[in-house]
Design a protein around this ligand. Structure first.
Ligand code: MF3
Ligand code: CO
Length: 256
């Protein structure tokens, strides 16, 4: 396993790719997250914006078990955890949650970030799911310091999520990112303190807890892409790309 240590120049490039996603999530998408819109239409908006910024949507054409991913971004509604395939038949309704997970490629550098939006008014448990998942990402990022190991990130995320009565998905994880969409190391959202690889300056990592209301177990839909919870309960996903600089995490996918 070889881990790419990035230069400051590379980190600047990776940040630019991520800033497109940051603007997309903060400025572009929110007005469209409304009952009645399809995930197909949301994907169109994502692709158009990425291209308008001179970048390439990274998900299109990624090889899968039955074929390439057919869209520019992954959109996963309610019990869909990750890798939801945008569709004209999936229409948002009041009380849903929708996760958008986007990869951009700009000047050869990769950005990767995810967000889960509520659609209109959601119930109390769902609201808490979103809050806990976003906070779990923050807590995971705070553990990404020189002196810690990858297990400290996973442990911080897992213990916070489970203390709040939810579960973390085991079968998908965070990862190195920047020169490629997925690089070593894997960054699981569960783990044990003091275990795993040492965190070092120049690492660029995607920290991305996927949190379920019920069981952490998942199934794959027959499309070969969409990952859903085994019990059909809701799942949320928040992801940032970060760089370790001067011993500390710097978030690249938060809007400047
Ligand atoms: N950010 C997603 C991931 O890390 C991107 C997947 S693109 C897909 O898995 F095409 F593979 F779905
Ligand atoms: Co990712």
């Amino acid at each position: 396993m070889s881990i790419a240590i990035k230069t400051m120049e590379d980190i600047e490039g990776i940040k630019k790719a991520n800033q497109i996603i940051a603007r997309l999530y903060e400025d572009i998408l929110p007005p469209y997250i409304k009952p009645g819109i399809s995930t197909y239409e949301l994907n169109q908006i994502v692709e158009d914006y990425i291209r308008s910024q001179g970048a390439i949507p990274g998900c299109i054409g990624v090889p899968g078990i039955y074929g390439a991913f057919p869209a520019g971004t992954c959109i996963s509604v309610n019990e869909a955890v990750v890798h939801g395939v945008p569709s004209k038949d999936i229409i948002l309704k009041e009380g849903d949650i929708v996760s958008v997970d986007t990869v951009t490629i700009l000047d050869g550098y990769y950005g990767d970030a995810a967000i889960t939006y509520p659609v209109g008014k959601v119930d109390e448990e769902t609201k808490r799911l979103l809050e806990v998942t976003e906070k779990a990402r923050e807590i995971g990022i705070e553990a990404a310091i020189v002196g810690n190991r990858l297990g400290d990130i996973g442990h911080a995320i897992q213990s916070y999520v489970e203390k709040n009565g939810f579960s973390v998905v085991r079968d998908y994880a965070g990862h190195g990112v920047g020169y490629d969409m997925h690089e070593d190391p894997m960054v699981p959202n569960y783990g044990r303190k003091g275990r795993g690889l040492k965190i070092e300056n120049g690492m660029v990592l995607a920290i991305e807890p996927m949190v379920n209301v019920g069981t952490y177990k998942i199934n794959m839909l027959p499309d070969g892409w969409t990952v859903v919870t085994k019990d059909g309960k809701k799942s949320a996903h928040f992801e940032h790309s970060i760089a370790i600089i001067d011993g500390k995490p710097v978030i690249l996918s938060k809007k400047d």
